[in-house]
Design a protein around this ligand. Structure first.
Ligand SMILES: O=P(O)(O)O[C@@H]1C[C@H](O)[C@@H](CO)O1
Length: 292
């Protein structure tokens, strides 16, 4: 049973899930990786995997979206203990915003200090192409601006402060590391950095909405990541996020293009190898950037 309200998880409930997971794997993850739509293959990088399906984890939400397998993969990546979410939760699946961000608090209680999030997103920046990878430097939180923020409700100081700062949400050193690694791997032509805009979905944007986002200086639009980042930052985890540009936003009324989930998944398949290389090389260098 959930306490407080039907929509939020108490510290003790998060701890119960964390303890259950720790009892089912010997992996003690320091890094968590969240796989976006079509990016589930990232989990295949994990060595000696221990797979726990969401349906078997007490009180855990279930994945309902194609391209999100619905399991946690524990193991090592570049010798580091990691957990990989092969499938994330979205607001449009009908879950509360507290429920879709539950894994962040569970990971924190398991000992995770760094979260690497990935997503598929549509581009608003005319300089971007399908297949580009955007390092997220900042976000605009559309649901949050209208009151739907995952931290709404009583604050538990054991997780973090009532009013967390978000001007440093996306770790600057990790963003710099990503650019260095990208250059070494020969990815500079398609590695960008920009601002991600989150909306509720599941409908894609109208042409008028895309034009508005473009005027706001948005580089990419999607339906995830930001809520997880807010909760992860609230409880003191370091965040780094990548958007795979899976489609270009439709800006012209004469255009025949239509955003669709199949194209999103297909772009993920095409870029999976490079995303893997980028993420695993970043993980291999993490200690150069912190005490971990
Ligand atoms: O989980 P992500 O943000 O990668 O998923 C994106 C947004 C929608 O869930 C879906 C649209 O194709 O992909």
């Amino acid at each position: 049973m959930l306490s407080n309200s039907a929509h939020s998880y108490s510290y003790e409930e998060c701890k119960t899930i964390s303890d259950w997971l720790l009892a089912h794997t010997e992996v003690r993850p320091l890094v968590a990786i969240v796989c976006g739509s079509g990016l589930g293959k990232l989990a295949e990088m994990i060595k000696d995997p221990v797979i726990l399906k969401y349906k078997d984890i007490p009180n855990f939400p279930q994945s309902t979206v194609q391209g999100h397998a619905g399991q946690l993969v524990f193991g090592t990546l570049q010798g580091k203990h990691c957990v990989c979410m092969q499938g994330r939760f979205h607001l449009y699946e009908g879950y509360s915003i507290q429920k879709i961000t539950l894994p962040m608090r569970v990971f924190k209680l398991m000992g995770v200090h760094t979260v690497i999030l990935t997503n598929a997103a549509g581009s608003l920046n005319p300089g971007y192409r399908v297949g580009d990878i955007m390092v997220i430097k900042d976000h605009i939180n559309m649901p949050g601006l209208s009151g739907n923020n995952p931290l709404v409700g009583p604050n538990d100081d054991r997780f973090g402060t009532r009013f967390p700062c978000m001007s440093d949400a996306y770790d600057r050193k990790l963003r710099q590391l990503a650019q260095e690694v990208g250059a070494e791997l020969g990815f500079s032509d398609f590695l960008k950095e920009g601002v991600y805009f989150v909306l509720g979905g599941p409908s894609f944007e109208t042409i008028a909405e895309c034009r508005m986002l473009h005027m706001l200086g948005v580089d990419a639009v999607g339906m995830s990541t930001v809520h997880e980042v807010i909760v992860a930052r609230h409880c003191g985890m370091r965040c780094f996020a990548l958007s795979l540009i899976s489609n270009e936003a439709v800006m012209e009324y004469t255009s025949q293009e239509k955003a669709n989930h199949e194209e999103v998944l297909e772009t993920g398949r095409v870029r999976a190898g490079q995303m893997e290389e980028l993420v695993s090389t970043i993980v291999s260098r993490l200690e150069e950037y912190s005490a971990c």
